[in-house]
Design a protein around this ligand. Structure first.
Ligand SMILES: Cc1cc2nc3c(=O)[nH]c(=O)nc-3n(C[C@H](O)[C@H](O)[C@H](O)COP(=O)(O)O)c2cc1C
Length: 407
């Protein structure tokens, strides 16, 4: 299952280090090539020879060991890795990684790699719940670092609580999911909308909303990484365009409508995460509107086109349409209504009044609502939420998903 995949596995000095042996053994049986990097401290808990025997390769520990081959080890391992897995990840390792410290072979390689990083944290409950560890975790998650566990249970120190490392089988499962998932959208065309729209009032004033575009950009990036051809239709935001994604810039809801009418028909999956303005000013002033000596200024607003409804009307049998519902009350009921009225296959609903959800923040708390199911997800980074949304959308699409024009 993992034939040809290269796993660089870091082992740090947690008491669960012995369980990393089983992870290496399982990964190796699945065909993965494994290079183990141990911290000096970890070698006091498990002998490197154990990992060398299981991985059939020398274990790397020292950044400054004599060079035997002319590759710089931390760079070559960083480049070779399809995933960098740390089992167990100590509180110390997480703190160093969050701060960009590179004072040994493992942290240096983690800093150098472009591969996904997955940690299996393991520590005493006090260490896990410590504010410092939780804030390091938040920083790492925000950067897209993945975590497996920890679980709750009886810990080595006798405490009962959170901090127990996930079982090796679950860690291996997560690696399989990650590596197998990475290209599971190959051949699919997807379109993501993101950000706010801007409605002009006069040449110097406009109406807009709080959408930062972060969720839509995370969706576009995740789909591109999973192999999809991605078109991102975006309102004005302050975010870098993810590499490999085709950007279509729009300003107003009418622009968004026009862009969707042009690009929607070619897509396999459309996720509409933009927050288009429902209303626009009926008559945009040619000149700057002047103060009117104490008179109220009345702007007449007229409805914008309903973009999601229009896309829904043109929906083709092979297409999967996903909408977002930023709600402040009756979330599920409102989302279910929208699901029907806009011919959507799934609604990603969130209560924007909840802390950690909605506009501007890096996390989200979403509920995935389909015709048959309501799936609330826990608080997670927008990157993680993006992958959960694609998992669900790809499952809804079923495989293979090919645009008729390309069959
Ligand atoms: C027997 C023993 C068990 C330990 N278990 C853990 C653990 O499970 N998690 C953790 O974060 N630290 C644990 N520690 C503390 C770490 O080993 C310590 O923070 C060390 O500096 C980590 O080094 P490293 O991250 O470079 O491997 C343990 C220490 C000892 C002596």
């Amino acid at each position: 299952m993992l034939k040809g995949k290269h796993v660089v596995l870091g082992v740090t000095a947690g008491i669960a280090a012995y369980k990393a042996c089983e992870v290496v053994s399982r990964l190796s049986k699945l065909g993965a090539n494994i290079d183990v990097i141990m911290t000096q401290n970890a070698t006091k808990l498990v002998a490197p020879l154990t990992f060398e025997t299981l991985s059939k390769r020398p274990v790397v520990i020292d950044t400054f060991e004599r060079i035997e081959s002319w590759d710089v080890k931390h760079i070559s391992l960083a480049q070779k890795a399809d995933v960098m897995l740390v089992v167990p990840a100590t509180a110390n390792l997480m703190a160093k990684l969050a701060s960009g410290i590179a004072d040994d072979m493992l942290t240096t390689t983690l800093l150098a790699t472009k591969a996904p990083i997955m940690l299996a944290p393991a520590m005493n409950t006090g260490m896990w719940t410590a504010e410092a560890t939780q804030s390091n975790l938040a920083v790492l998650k925000d950067r897209g670092v993945l975590t497996v566990g920890p679980a709750s249970g009886i810990l080595a120190c006798g405490d009962i609580g959170a901090g127990r490392m996930s079982e090796p089988i679950d860690i291996v499962e997560a690696v399989i999911k990650l590596l197998a998932a990475r290209q599971d959208m190959q051949g699919k065309r997807v379109l993501v909308t993101a950000g706010p729209t801007v409605e002009r009032i006069d040449p110097v004033r406009y109406m807009t909303n709080d959408s930062s575009g972060k969720m839509g950009y995370a969706l576009a990036e995740a789909a591109q990484k999973r192999g999809a051809a991605v078109t991102l239709v975006s309102g004005p935001v302050h975010l870098p365009v993810p590499a490999g994604v085709t950007l279509v810039s729009i300003t107003s809801t009418q622009d968004l409508y026009d862009a969707m009418m042009m690009h929607a028909a070619n897509q396999d999956i459309i996720v509409q995460a933009a927050a288009p303005a429902d209303y626009k000013v009926q008559q945009v002033a040619d000149q700057k509107i002047k103060k009117q000596d104490g008179e109220n200024l009345i702007l007449k607003l007229v409805e914008n086109p309903d973009v999601a409804k229009a896309v829904g009307k043109q929906k083709q049998p092979h297409q999967i349409l996903v909408g977002f519902a930023a709600e402040t009350q009756n979330i599920v009921a409102n989302a279910q209504r929208k699901l029907q009225s806009k011919s959507l296959d799934m609604i990603v609903a969130n209560d924007v009044t909840q802390e950690g959800a909605g506009f501007g923040v890096d996390t989200n708390i979403v509920t995935l609502i389909t015709k048959d199911a309501v799936k609330p997800l826990e608080i997670m980074s927008k990157h993680e939420a993006a992958n959960c949304i694609w998992d669900e959308a790809v499952a809804l699409a079923g495989a293979p998903l090919l645009h008729p024009a390309r069959v």
